[in-house]
Design a protein around this ligand. Structure first.
Ligand code: G3H
Ligand code: 13P
Ligand code: ZN
Length: 332
């Protein structure tokens, strides 16, 4: 058993309480690689922001659980080396799908886990979440649950249509499951293709796709029913057009990729939404920089030559999210 406390990590409890009260959201950035981890920590330290480093089941399989544990410990020490006296860093399991996976993460240094029972029948979702909560709380690990289904692909759970969270269920669900935070469905979805062109309108001036707005009415109803309770938004990448254009200009093929407009995420951050998940934007920033590099310098083959600009581009994106969208800067 390795407690996250030995690694210098924190759970989400105090972080979320401050974020809800302060009207900002904590960034939850997915990572799989050293360069992503370095960029996340550099961005968090430079902006004085708390940060959640999260790994999916797939990321854990890719990177190896033992290596990840030491990367998280390394992240804390790296933040201190960069001048942050008291880093607030969470290592979080994203979209855990079984009790066993959550337990394994809790036993191996994670300070927060998500149990995603959103594809299960309501009562089964409660029962599974409760089981994880009972185990996690013994070790002061916090638990995120999900109610409602996002469109798109959630790890291996596929859902073609989105089922918005039903506000009338949230009090019963959170009370009976004991979860510490709740991911809801209000129209976001995973990946770089969040909406089909048919679901969007076209801006007559630019010809770009304009996605339908998020269901803020549902968010506000949930807030009224659960005052002060931490709410989580998944699928919150904005899919920046300049990164998509760079990828497409340098041999990529991402036609009609579309994300969540930043002004809507800015608005959500001011509400009870206190954790915003971003993965695809990091993938796009990395890919855009690498594609551009290879196109301009076809003779390069040392990974450091193209991973360095990739890391810088991700860091720029993380800083932008923290300062311009989520407002979690200057909170340490
Ligand atoms: O919500 C899913 C995250 O973007 C993680 O994706 O399962 O490909 O690592 P992944
Ligand atoms: P994006 O695909 O929009 O980055 O969402 C990531 C996410 O929700 C991870 O759980
Ligand atoms: Zn997600």
């Amino acid at each position: 058993m390795t407690s996250y406390k030995e690694l210098g990590l924190v759970n989400t409890r105090e972080m979320f309480a401050k974020a809800v009260a302060g009207g900002y959201a904590i960034p939850a950035f997915n990572f799989n690689t050293l360069e992503q981890m370095q960029a996340i920590i550099q961005a968090a330290v430079e902006t004085k922001s708390p940060v959640i480093m999260q790994v999916s089941k797939g990321a854990r399989n890719y990177a190896n659980g033992t290596i990840l544990r030491y990367m998280a410990q390394g992240a804390v020490e790296y933040a201190k080396e960069l001048g942050c006296e008291k880093p607030q860093i969470v290592l979080h399991l994203d979209h855990g799908d079984t009790f066993e996976l959550c337990k394994d993460c809790i036993d191996n240094g994670f300070s927060s886990v998500m149990i995603d029972g959103s594809s299960l029948p309501y009562e089964e979702n409660i029962a599974l979440t409760k089981k994880v909560v009972e185990y996690a709380h013994k070790f002061d690990v916090t638990v995120e649950a999900e109610l409602g289904v996002l469109a798109g692909v959630e790890d291996e759970v596929a859902s073609e249509v989105s089922h918005y969270t039903k506000p009338e269920e949230v009090v019963d669900f959170s009370t009976r499951s004991g979860c510490d935070s709740l991911a809801i469905s209000i129209g976001t979805s995973h990946g770089a293709y969040k909406f089909t062109p048919e679901q969007c309108t076209r801006d007559p001036k630019t010809g770009k796709l304009v996605p339908p707005p998020l269901a803020f009415d549902i968010l506000h109803e949930i807030e009224k029913k659960l005052p002060g309770f931490p709410i989580v938004l998944h699928g919150s990448s904005s899919v920046p057009q300049d990164e998509v254009d760079t990828i497409n200009a340098h041999g990529g093929k991402l036609p009609d990729a579309v994300g969540i407009p930043e002004e809507q995420l800015r608005e959500a951050s001011k509400s009870a939404v206190c954790k915003i998940n971003i993965d695809s934007d990091s993938r796009l920033a990395m890919t855009a920089a690498i594609r551009k590099h290879f196109d301009e310098k076809p003779g390069d083959f040392d990974p450091r030559q193209y991973l360095k600009p990739a890391r810088e581009n991700m860091k720029k994106m993380y800083i932008h999210k923290i300062v311009e969208v989520l407002g979690s800067n200057d909170k340490l």
